[in-house]
Design a protein around this ligand. Structure first.
Ligand code: ZN
Length: 76
């Protein structure tokens, strides 16, 4: 008699696995992406995010510069 729950059945069928970061396909747990295409997509996305962060940083520094300018030269 081997009555297993549906959860056990799924575990047996799929085994330990993770999902592709980009498209969500089931992949081996030691991998992050299902294919080179998804890997490239992720790397491109990450690079975009990084350049976005840089722009935000420059914007913030600019704002701080303006604030200092106001503090020291205008509100005196
Ligand atoms: Zn994928």
């Amino acid at each position: 008699m081997s009555q297993s729950s549906w959860k056990d059945q799924i575990k047996k069928k799929w085994g330990p696995h993770s999902h592709c970061t980009i498209c969500g396909k089931a992949i081996p747990p030691d991998k992050k992406f299902c294919s080179q295409a998804c890997r490239d997509k992720y790397l491109g996305y990450e690079q975009k995010q990084k350049s976005k962060g840089k722009i935000q940083m420059i914007f913030l520094l600019g704002m701080m510069g303006v604030m200092f300018f106001l503090l020291f030269f205008v509100w005196r």
